[in-house]
Design a protein around this ligand. Structure first.
Ligand SMILES: [Zn+2]
Ligand SMILES: [Zn+2]
Ligand SMILES: [Zn+2]
Length: 271
């Protein structure tokens, strides 16, 4: 007698569209209506993201030039870098976007807070984009399609606003049923400020009196590193290395990517 399939295998992910073959390079429609002219890009800039991603490296650089780096603050910054990076890779990515494992309420809560500290959007927003990225890899419906170039897949995709219909459908009903995910989404701005800036600054400030270093290094510089390390999963992991499991799509495997992205290097296999 055949073993019955678990329910998750018998229910289709969604009953709308099915996964599609990737488009070839150059087959993607233009990113913006009317083409990529300076005027058009300017008109469609997503200022929230442009300022957030543009100002943080400048603030961090100013901090590096003007603030003495204390050993305790350096160690705390590195610890908080790994903690918030894991909030994204172990929490947002594996736990929520892929449901690769399940976690107890305390562990889930900590991952939701640490993920917010990485300042990459709410669990719900992040997972919706990531599920579309897996389902529509390398097509125009992939929110960070690698076929639009390394810069686009790394950070460019966040800098321009695109009409919602251009991103493929992805089902997040399971996440909408999670009280924790909905709570984190509804309170995301407050959690971002608390976990992204206030908490890392306060640990250094209350712990050993280094408020300034806590702000510039544990909060802002650490954030810049977490951002660009995790963004490499979308850019570097689709560009550097080999695709032994699937060579029709852009995801690649490479040890450098694994090193930079806290273990997300086997991206060809992952897709
Ligand atoms: Zn993934
Ligand atoms: Zn990918
Ligand atoms: Zn594939």
């Amino acid at each position: 007698m055949a073993t019955p399939l678990p329910p998750s295998f018998t229910v289709p992910a969604t009953n709308t569209e099915t996964r599609r073959d990737p488009l070839l390079h150059g087959e993607l429609p233009p990113l913006l209506e009317g083409g990529l002219t300076v005027k058009n890009v300017w008109k469609n800039l997503d200022w929230k993201h442009v300022l957030g991603l543009g100002l943080t490296p400048l603030i961090a650089f100013y901090g590096l030039l003007t603030t003495e780096m204390q050993t305790k603050t350096l160690i705390w910054s590195i610890i908080y870098y790994f903690a918030t990076g894991l909030g994204i890779t172990a929490g947002y990515h594996r736990l929520w976007a892929h449901r690769a494992y399940s976690a107890g309420p305390a562990m889930s809560f900590v991952l939701a807070l640490l993920g917010a500290g990485a300042v990459e959007g709410s669990i719900k927003w992040w997972s919706r984009g990531h599920r579309a990225h897996h389902r529509w890899t390398d097509t125009e419906k992939d929110p960070y399609s690698a076929h639009r170039g390394l810069f686009f897949s790394h950070v460019g995709w966040m800098l321009v606003k695109r009409p919602g219909w251009k991103i493929g459908h992805a089902d997040v009903d399971d996440l909408n049923k999670s009280k924790l995910v909905v709570w984190q989404h509804n309170n995301y701005t407050a959690l971002l400020i608390l976990m992204g800036v206030v908490f890392p600054t306060a640990v250094a400030g209350l712990g050993w009196g280094d408020w300034r270093g806590g702000y510039f290094f544990a909060a802002i510089l650490r954030l810049v590193f977490v951002h660009h390390a995790t963004f490499c999963v979308n850019s570097l992991a689709h560009w550097l290395g080999e695709g032994p499991f699937d060579d029709r799509h852009s995801p690649r495997d490479h040890f450098i990517t694994a090193f930079v992205t806290l273990g997300e290097g086997y991206h060809n296999f992952h897709h």
